[in-house]
Design a protein around this ligand. Structure first.
Ligand code: SAM
Length: 292
């Protein structure tokens, strides 16, 4: 039996000495929540990834709260300063340029230090490209692995994909317009032409597109129109299908790890297939990824 959601009366009280981690829109300004607006208007100060960018958001909603910058290059020094302000009783909101702070965005060090100092850290949840993309992908979402941005350099990126080849959860990547074509091509080469995937582009914006297909089809789709390479992307790749009889990946990994410590990949795979009574193909891919 499902438990009914227990709603609270809207609560926008701002507590002293509290760090609010506030999600902001990823494109469509209508996605800002009332609680985010009230929090941004009510805190003593907003720590923003780029104060000029956030100034436009604040101006749009008529909010005049002072800002200071917190980005990857000053986070160490700023975190200590902000923790001191929180300890002195100030309330502070943390925002990034778009979406949820800390999701491939700055703020980790500040949140960690605030929590270590025993301060209250409160989420004001809202948009994130990761969840928005998954929610419309049509790929399995019961389990997924968020991999952030693929490495910018080809060699490192391919190694990263190799290590994920046998992953059975849906894989989610962020990608920029500069590298989306190269990343998709590498995914196609490593995960295979026929692996199902979805490209979500410019979510919540004027040119939003969500395109599903095999990786080979998506490489062609992207190349067919130069405009499709513009903007911001989430790439989702279906996990490796678990073959019938290959239900317990944990057990397969344990047996393969023991065999691979002593034997070459092929022999280890053959013995593991016999021991586990499972098909060789999927075990071979798993063994290869473990060896790497
Ligand atoms: N913190 C943000 C979030 O919660 O989604 C992500 C910040 S990360 C620096 C920026 C990346 O997120 C972009 O390069 C893109 O991969 C993805 N992204 C952000 N907005 C997007 C959008 N509107 N549509 C598709 N992807 C988006």
């Amino acid at each position: 039996m499902s438990v009914p959601v227990s709603w609270l009366e809207p609560d926008v009280s701002i507590e002293q000495g509290t760090l609010y981690v506030v999600a902001t829109p990823i494109g469509n300004l209508a996605d800002i929540s009332q609680r985010a607006l009230d929090t941004l208007a009510g805190v003593a100060c907003i720590a923003a990834e780029d104060t000029r960018h956030t100034a436009r958001l604040l101006a749009h909603f008529g909010i005049a709260t002072p800002q200071l910058s917190l980005h990857e290059h000053n986070e160490e020094a700023r975190a200590a300063e902000l923790v001191r302000r929180l300890q002195a009783g100030d309330s502070i909101a943390l925002v990034s340029d778009a979406g949820t702070p800390l999701i491939s965005d700055p703020g980790y060090r500040l949140v960690r230090e605030a929590r270590a100092a025993g301060l209250a850290v409160v989420p004001v949840p809202g948009p994130s490209a990761l969840v928005a993309a998954l929610s419309v992908s049509g790929l399995p979402t019961d389990r997924f692995a968020f991999e952030g941005f693929p490495a910018p350099r080809a060699m490192a990126r391919r190694r990263q994909f190799e290590a994920l080849r046998a992953e059975s959860r849906t894989l989610v990547f962020y990608e920029s317009s500069h590298r989306v074509a190269a990343s998709l091509a590498d995914m196609c080469a490593i995960f295979g032409d026929t692996r199902e995937a979805v490209v979500a582009r410019e979510l919540t914006k004027a040119f939003e597109q969500v395109q599903a297909g095999t990786l080979a089809e998506l490489v062609d789709w992207l190349a067919a129109d130069a405009n499709r390479e513009r903007g911001e992307f989430v790439i989702m790749v279906a996990g490796q299908r678990v073959e019938p009889g290959m239900a317990d990946e944990g057990e397969a990994r344990r047996v393969l790890a023991l065999l691979l410590a002593e034997l070459p990949v092929k022999t280890a795979t053959r013995l593991a297939a016999e021991l586990l009574d499972q098909p060789r193909n999927a075990l071979y891919d798993l063994a290869l990824s473990m060896k790497k």
